[in-house]
Ligand binder design. Structure first.
Ligand code: ADP
Ligand code: SF4
Length: 695
């Protein structure tokens, strides 16, 4: 049962006309589903309510076609036809006694309206934030009236859909109200520009409109970034950020406060610890009597209690901790703290949103799969026939497969050659800033340790004979992958010419502790975190580092985890020599041959040792020899099948556990949200002949 120390977290809190059943508040977060995948969205949010979050909010909901984010898959309440999918989601949230919150937004400058082709509106003429060749138009008084009406209409629709909270969104520089508020975006000379009072006028009007429209039954919440981390150029928590809250202190029913921009609000664990926003938002409760929610990747109930008792917050806000563990509140309530699947702060969840595909999470392989695959984060079908399963490799894939198969009731033996479980994460969690990633291993090792039917054997390298002798009913090979040393990769499909005497280290060598004995050349043709992390590690070890990449920037894929800017800044500040838009074509002893990716012009770079970060190859000899011997019931998962992200490896381990012993699904193995025209067309399992093919 619940530890009485945590009772305070389960107190109900009144928010205007509604009451939250406890202090766990899932703040708005993007998910790559929105209006595009509404059934997936509804089930994901419903699962959060089931897991104990007293308030479950949406992502941004567009209120008008002139500010739309296509192809981004967010919410929409343009007209009444959008109401039913919201109603379905609200019903799911209400099923568990939670409150549903709608984050209405007019994005203006943040949108290029690629789909509608309408012109976005802004306080002043200005190019939109993306680099689309689109400019937002300065609003006149009629436009201001229109925007107020659109927001009011959307609020009424939100109320009809069943929402209990309606947001006026003025955070992250993502809404036109925040653009009006901004000293650097609002260049107006009328009563909507100039002083803070004037810049806040549109916000004040819209807040009042919203309260008048829906405030009788819905709480009206305001989301505001108290600090933009831009110094006096923008809002600061001891400048206008504070002045604004003081000015509006008692106006909304709830303050949802944070810092901006998004990459600061959703900072990764590589750059910020849990609780990184506390100092910025702590003042808010001093200046308002209204409930305050704040975020900071909180996963520890003790830290949560001290925030509440310390008078810093009324609600524990969470986006990522609620994604990694939708049942976090329930686990605290049931006294199962050790079962919390803590967010590792990697922002893979953000990447789904960036690509307009359903959200995914490294820690929680069921995230985004609740509806389309019917995966629940806590429940999994008990196996009809309990089998003995041997898993070789205790990396993320093997560990998750063992955990989930154990949960299903199978007898699992997990063996790994190394003295420590974790596979790739043994090295990666020791990179500067990445220690929290180790939670993906620790959570699983603990869960497995609690299962009598799962045994973990370390220092147990298995060959094909040993695997066959073991005699398991099912064999899963999760032996991972290794970074290659030949340079084959995106830029060099034929590899790099490596001359005799050239000194090389692999990424795995560096992870294992190898340090170059002279200037190092790190060649990053991978573009995710590995190249940058290796450079950072070597710089810390005192090496002179040359970072070479064919990309125009460092670790370019990390835009999708909101880290690119921070990584490049870190490398520059740590003294790395950056060679951007440069390929490496050949390595000589002590020298790398660089080639400009645009002109082909060659230069020579002195470097004693090169570290190539280009691609990985599966470690699959064990699988291949077992397969060649015709071993039955043999599967491979994770990086041993195809090297990918840690999230993909954990997903792969989870999937094999879900599917083992279940009938094979014919056709597309997950539900799809088909267009109206596709409904009732033909039997979805029927294979349609290609046009022109003989019947
Ligand atoms: P994934 O990301 O797919 O989980 P990892 O590379 O992280 O893969 O982990 C693979 C693990 O498999 C490593 O810990 C490695 O020690 C282990 N391993 C590889 N080959 C064998 C083997 N023949 N016997 C036992 N363990 C092995
Ligand atoms: Fe946390 Fe990473 Fe999951 Fe996002 S993807 S919720 S950051 S563990």
């Amino acid at each position: 049962m619940r530890d009485p120390r945590y009772d305070i977290l389960f107190e109900p809190v009144k928010i205007g006309p509604v009451t939250a059943r406890n202090r766990f508040y899932q703040v708005p977060h993007c998910n790559g589903m929105g209006r595009t995948y509404p059934s997936s969205l509804a089930e994901m949010r419903r699962t959060k309510a089931e897991g104990g979050w007293a308030v479950v909010c949406t992502e941004e909901i567009e209120i008008h076609p002139s500010a739309e984010h296509s192809p981004w898959a967010g919410g929409r309440l343009w007209d009444d036809r959008d109401v039913p999918y919201h109603a379905r989601m609200c019903d799911g949230i209400h099923e568990f006694g939670s409150l549903a919150g709608a984050e209405l937004n007019y994005g203006g400058l943040m949108t290029a309206s690629r789909f509608s082709r309408d012109i976005p509106l802004a306080p002043s003429h200005h190019p939109v934030a993306s680099n689309d060749p689109v400019q937002a138009r300065a609003m006149d008084k009629e436009d201001i009236k229109s925007l107020r009406k659109w927001h009011r209409d959307a609020a009424l629709r939100a109320k009809r859909a069943g929402y209990d909270l309606v947001y006026v969104y003025v955070a992250h520089q993502l809404s036109t109200m925040s653009h009006f508020l901004s000293p650097y975006r609002n260049h107006r000379s009328d009563e909507y520009g100039g002083s803070l009072e004037n810049r806040a006028r549109l916000f004040r009007e819209i807040l009042q409109d919203t309260k008048d429209a829906v405030g009788d039954t819905c709480a009206v919440a305001v989301r505001f970034a108290v600090d933009e981390l831009m110094g006096d150029y923008g809002f600061t928590s001891d400048g206008e950020g504070r002045d604004f809250i003081e000015m509006m202190a008692e106006e909304p029913d709830l303050w949802d406060v944070n810092i901006s921009a998004w990459e600061n609000d959703s900072a990764t664990s590589r750059f910020k610890q849990s609780g990184f926003q506390d100092d910025y938002v702590a003042f808010v409760k001093q200046v308002t009597t209204k409930p305050v929610v704040g975020v900071g990747r909180y996963t520890s109930p003790d830290a949560m209690v001290s925030l509440i008792k310390g008078g810093k917050l009324d609600f524990i806000g969470a986006a990522r901790p609620s994604i990694a563990d939708p049942f976090l509140p329930k686990k605290i309530e049931e006294g199962r703290i050790e079962d919390i699947r803590e967010c590792i702060g990697c922002n893979i969840c953000v990447s789904g949103d960036h690509h307009a595909v359903p959200i995914r999470c490294t820690q929680n392989p069921t995230m985004g799969e609740e509806w389309r695959r019917g995966w629940h984060p806590e429940r999994i079908a008990t196996a009809t026939t309990q089998e003995s399963v041997l898993i070789v490799g205790a990396g993320p894939a093997g560990l998750e497969a063992a955990r989930a198969l154990g949960q299903r009731g199978h007898h699992v033996t997990l063996a790994d050659a190394r003295a420590e479980a974790g596979g790739r994460l043994i090295g990666e969690r020791r990179f500067p800033g990445l220690s929290e990633w180790g939670r993906a291993v620790d959570y699983r090792i603990y869960q497995i340790s609690q299962m009598a039917n799962v045994d973990l054997y370390l220092k147990s390298e298995l060959d094909a004979q040993a695997v066959q002798d073991f005699g398991a009913d099912q064999i899963i090979i999760a032996t991972g992958a290794k970074w290659t040393m030949d340079g084959i990769g995106r830029q060099n499909p034929m590899g790099i010419t490596i001359h005799e005497g050239a000194k090389l280290l692999s990424a795995d060598d560096v992870m294992a502790g190898a340090v170059p004995d002279g200037p190092a050349v790190v060649f990053d043709d991978d573009h995710f975190y590995m190249g940058g992390a290796i450079a950072e590690k070597l710089l810390k070890a005192g090496c002179d580092v040359h970072f070479v990449t064919p990309s125009a920037e460092v670790s370019s894929w990390t835009h999708n985890t909101l880290e690119q800017h921070f990584i490049q800044k870190k490398l520059i500040e740590s003294g790395a020599n950056l060679h951007l838009s440069q390929n490496i074509t050949a390595l000589h002893p002590g020298e790398a041959v660089l080639e400009c990716v645009y002109t082909g012009r060659e230069t020579r770079l002195e470097g004693a040792v090169s570290v190539l970060v280009t691609m990985r190859r599966p470690v699959d000899t064990l699988y291949q020899s077992l397969a060649a011997a015709g071993t039955p019931n043999l599967t491979r998962i994770g990086d041993a099948l195809a090297p990918g992200t840690i999230a993909a490896a954990i997903y792969s381990g989870h999937k094999v556990a879900r599917e083992m012993g279940e009938p094979e699904v014919m056709g597309v193995p997950f539900d799809r949200e088909l267009s109206e025209l596709s409904q009732n067309w033909r039997d979805p399992n029927q294979v349609l002949p290609l046009p022109g093919a003989a019947e």
